[in-house]
Ligand binder design. Sequence first.
Ligand SMILES: [Zn+2]
Length: 334
Amino acid sequence: MKNKSFNTVSDVTMTKSPDYDHKHLGRRHFLKQSATTAALIATSQFPFEAFAADNAKQSLTILHTNDVHSRLDPFPMDGSKYQGLGGVVAREKLISKIRNEEEYTLLLDAGDIFQGTPYFNFYKGEPEMKVMSMLKYEAATLGNHDFDNGIDGLVKQMEHADFPFVNCNYDFGGTALEPLMKPYTIVRKGKIKIGILGVGIELNGLVPEKLYGNIVYNDPLQSANETAYFLKHHKRCDYIICLSHLGFEYNNSKVSDKVLARESEHINLIIGGHTHTFLETPHKLKNRKNQEVIINQVGWAGINLGRINIFFDNRKHCDYVSDFTAIEVREFHI
Ligand SMILES: [Zn+2]
């Protein structure tokens, strides 16, 4: 499953082509930023990368999953709602295709990698971690189900992960996860420095205590704000992403991605999970400083791949975010 081995697109169906149309709308909108391109707007084949380089602007395509729940295969063709959707083969083809088209991409997961199919019951999460490494995920956070075989079960499978796990609100001190977890990671894409932090849900009540052991849950709002502040002001990150397994929203006072977005500073994008919420477009809110925060979540089971295109201006500020969000992961059935 080498990345560059699938160059053809014929066997991957993009969801409702609106996604694709939106992409071009996104590009057009970006092009409109420059007065010199008025004549070129009409030509949709205009080579975007060349334009971006000339003006020292940059785009970044963020691809993401959440709550894949050990779904390595597509849903069976049994007449059910999700038949034929998902599966790592189709996901790999889709990701490779996008990586071939875009100069800068980032692939992230928001937790609950484990639990849900016999693969997990038999192999305890090893194939899930190996597949994510082969797909070249660049960071993930932990969901509650990732503790289903306890801390030791998770630690054992993390050996197969070639990507960092981030969480800033669990105190792993004294547990076997302590050396394996990081509050954040930083990646560079072109000239853009991206800080990626993670937050997790309260495990007490969701996960049997013996499985999460001595992990201490700290306030995710405070932890996320402190970590984002550090990434912004000390590490000088241009863009900050929070991988969250808090859940999109609740009808009670429980902390969620919406609450986090409103109460945050410095976080630009929240990639969420846990509530298995299929968002059709990224949800936009204002933070404490009245700046925009985007939340996206793509359901569960690898049915959709989240895709957010961000355009940075020549001061490395986020200039424009495309409106489309999820691409259906589907093998083409003849
Ligand atoms: Zn889940």
